[in-house]
Design a protein around this ligand. Structure first.
Ligand code: ZN
Length: 423
């Protein structure tokens, strides 16, 4: 543990700390930002006597923050800001998060906890492959590793051959990446006869995209490493909201800094343990952009608030299933690309890259899945996959298009899993 006083705090004490920090956060909003205070519909810290009272407050959305661009929700003076990050959204007005010196320290601490949960310490060599810039990934991993005093290789995105060379030459023990980047690394490694098992690399921390358990297993097998799933986003203060520990039994959320709720996205009703819904986050230790009941659009459920075998007392959530926005609707069925990925990746003949193409033909939706293959896919296997998809999703894909490895475009940054040509 990096901050054992918070990570192993008995839950009753943790709840007290959360309540105290929630009130302080609300007081900060009231005293710093009348516009934001008004958005809370007249409610303030006076209306909070226990944590459940948070449910009286209105929910905040991405659109609120977009409309609030750049500083409408900021709760510090511009002179106090040291840095900003911006959401990786591709269209429309961006969402920005301004950081005070306190916020940067808070980020460094939770990221250091994430590294520690993955078994990384000051003698490790960490290669950071997300980009350094407006996207929060590169800097988040940087602050955390710096807080731990580990050695950092801030290589950033791309340059895959150099990445491989550095892993070997600098005895890299841990690599951090957007979840689909390891697929690129293993692909190039294979071409170059690069053997990860002959290096010191033992840990991978991956996030920013949804990656199925099956994809995870492949990455672990191909790279010979143990992987950890990290969550977080620009709005909450960057990557590092939580991570799974070595027990791999759910993602620990750092509850002293974040109050988490799961809601029914249709009704806003707060759901209990085990019920799947949208993750809503209230920040408890942020100055620049404190959030009250922010709808993340991430779909998950609380597994347990019970103590983990690692000794951490924070609640654990399931690995994210997708964002509400990622949900596809075809033939009257709602599903997440990750569900399809799980089905495909079970077969050794299937490669690591696939793409779902949705089109409209003669007034009806059609779905083609382009799938790269490692070995020949005969008609039996093709039928088997079709049946499995039907069993899982409840409809037949119009076309399964099996392609040689390397056919689909490789993009820098997040992988393009869905091409929707319907509108
Ligand atoms: Zn644990």
């Amino acid at each position: 543990m990096f901050q054992p006083e918070f990570e192993s705090m008995p839950r009753s004490e943790l709840r007290k700390l959360q309540l105290q920090r929630l009130k302080a956060t609300l007081d900060r909003i009231t005293s710093h930002n009348p516009f934001y205070a008004e958005k809370l519909t007249g409610l303030s810290s006076r209306d909070i006597t226990d944590l459940e009272d948070i449910q009286k407050f209105p929910l905040m959305t991405k659109d609120d923050l977009r409309i609030g661009y750049p500083y409408k929700y900021a709760c510090a003076d511009q002179r106090e800001f040291m840095r900003m990050h911006m959401s990786s959204g591709t269209t429309g007005t961006p969402i920005i998060n301004p950081y005070t010196p306190h916020d940067i320290r808070q980020w460094g601490n939770i990221m250091a906890r994430c590294y520690a949960a993955a078994g990384i310490g000051e003698h490790d060599v960490v290669q950071i492959t997300p980009s350094f810039g407006l996207f929060n990934g590169g800097f988040g991993f940087h602050y955390g590793a710096e807080t731990l005093k580990a050695m950092i290789i801030p290589i950033g995105a791309g340059r895959t051959l150099l990445q491989l060379q550095f892993i070997k030459d600098f005895n890299v023990t841990a690599i951090t990446a957007i979840a689909s980047y390891p697929l690129r690394l293993t692909e190039v490694a294979k071409k170059e006869n690069f053997d990860f098992r002959s290096t010191k690399l033992r840990v991978g921390i991956f996030g920013a995209e949804v990656w199925s358990d099956e994809m995870r297993k492949r990455i672990e097998d191909e790279m010979g490493i143990e992987t950890f799933d990290i969550i977080g986003m620009t709005e909450t203060g960057g990557v590092g909201l939580g991570i799974d520990c070595k027990a791999h039994s759910g993602i620990h959320v750092w509850e002293d800094d974040y109050l988490l709720e799961i809601i029914n996205p249709e009704t806003g009703e707060v759901l209990g343990e085990g019920q799947e819904g949208e993750m809503v986050v209230t920040t408890l230790n942020r100055e620049g952009l404190p959030l009250i009941r922010y709808r993340t659009r991430d779909v998950t459920s609380i597994i347990t608030t019970g103590k983990c075998i690692c000794g951490r007392t924070s609640l654990r959530v399931n690995r994210l299933k997708g964002r509400n926005d990622d949900m596809l609707k075809i033939k009257g069925v709602n599903f997440y690309p990750q569900q399809l990925e799980s089905t495909l990746m079970k077969h050794a003949e299937i490669g690591n890259h696939y793409q779902i193409v949705l089109e409209k033909a003669k007034g009806r939706d059609t779905m083609t899945v382009m799938i790269e293959t490692k070995a020949e896919v005969n008609s039996n296997l093709s039928k088997e996959i079709d049946t499995e998809i039907y069993d899982r999703l409840g409809f037949h894909v119009d076309k399964l298009d099996f392609l040689p490895e390397g056919t689909l475009p490789r993009t820098p940054g997040k992988a393009v899993r869905v091409v929707d040509k319907r509108s």
